[in-house]
Design a protein around this ligand. Sequence first.
Ligand code: ADP
Ligand code: MG
Length: 254
Amino acid sequence: MNSKEPILKVDKLFKSFGDLKAVNGVNLEIYEGGIVSIIGPNGAGKSTLVNILTGFLFPDSGHIYFYGERIERKSIQYRVRKGLNRSFQINSLFNGMTVKENILLGLLYWELPLGRLLTNRLPKALEEKVLEIIESVNMTDKMNIEVDKLSHGEQRLIEITLSIVKPPKLLFLDEPTSGLSPDERNMIMDKIRSIAETGTTVVLIEHNMDVVFSLAKRIVVLNRGSVIADGEPSSIRGNEEVKKIYLGEDLTVA
Ligand code: ADP
Ligand code: MG
C-alpha cells in the first residue's frame, strides 16, 4: 500500500454509556513512525477510545481501519496478532507471581500452544528468552520476587516490556507515567523513546504535559468525546480552546 496511507484510520466513531456520549464522532488518522500523544481532561474519553481501538469495547457505530482492513468488530487477540497492542492505565500484571513468571506468561502467549503451560520444565530456548527479556530491563536480581513487591515504576516497565515482546506495529500506552515518581517517570520516558526508535509507532495517552511535550511530535486533544485540536506541539500550546480546557495547568512547560 501507499506509504502515505495512515496505518490506522478512525472514521466517525461513537460510543455511549447510557446518556453519556463518551466517544462522540471521532475521526483520526495515525501515520507510521514516531510518537503521537492523545491528551484531554479526565473523562474526555481517552481510555474509552483506546479500548475501542484495541478491541476491549465495540463501538456503537463507526469504522476502524488498520492497514486498510476494517477491524472494529475483531477480537483483541486478532488485533494483537495483526500488530496492534496496548498497555493499561492500571496494573495488569499477575500479582503474587514473580517477575520471571509474569514474563514467561507474556511470552507463552506467543511461543507455545496452551497445553504446554502444564509442562513444569521449560524448553531451553524459552528459558533463555525469558532470561534475556529480564536482563533487558535489568531485573535479573529480582526475577524471583513477586511483581507486587516491586516499585510502581518497575511494574510499569515490565508491563510495557510485555506489550512489545513481539514488537507491535502500533502500540497504545494509556497513561504509562501516572502515579510514578519523577525518576520512575524518566525511566519510562526513556523506554517509550527506545520503543519508538525500534520502529513501533506509539500512541501515548498522557496527562502529564512535561511528558507530552518532550516526547510527542503530534498532539491530539480530546474533550467530551470529540477531537478539538490536532497538530504539532507548538500549535497545540497556542490553541485558545485547549488553553481554556487546561485553565490553571501550565501549557508552557518543556
Ligand atoms: P478518560 O480516559 O479520558 O479519563 P474515559 O474514557 O475513562 O475518560 O471516560 C469517559 C467517560 O465515560 C467518563 O465520563 C466515564 O465516567 C465514562 N465511562 C467510561 N467507561 C464507562 C463504563 N464502562 N460505563 C459507564 N461509563 C463509563
Ligand atoms: Mg483514562
